[in-house]
Design a protein around this ligand. Sequence first.
Ligand code: SF4
Ligand code: SF4
Length: 99
Amino acid sequence: MSAASAPLDHTGAPVVYTAGASRLTVRRAFCKGCDLCVDACPAGILVLDAEDRVMVTDIARCTFCGLCAGRCPDFVFVLQEAPGTRMGALPFRLDGRDA
Ligand code: SF4
Ligand code: SF4
C-alpha cells in the first residue's frame, strides 16, 4: 500500500482527472483497496491513499490504456478519451513480442 501526497478526499466522491480533452473518472466510493489496478497500471501512476482508496498521481503520464478499468472488479474507473486520439497506446505489446 502506497501513501499518496495529494490531499485526501474523505468523502470518497468521484474525482475527474483531465489530460487535454480526455478524462479519467475515479469513483472512489467503490474502491475497496485491493491493489489490482496499482499493479496493472503500466505508467505506475496509481496509488492507494491513507484510506486505501485509489488515486492518480500524474494524469499527464496516463496513456488511457484502460488496464485499470479492465482489472478493477468494482467499476471504479471510467475513461473518456478525446475524439481523434488513440485508445490503448500501450508502451508494450500484450503478446510479449517486440513492438
Ligand atoms: S488508463 Fe492505463 S495508464 Fe491510465 S491510469 Fe489506467 S492503467 Fe494507468
Ligand atoms: S482495482 Fe478497483 S477496487 Fe481494487 S484498488 Fe483499484 S480501484 Fe480500488
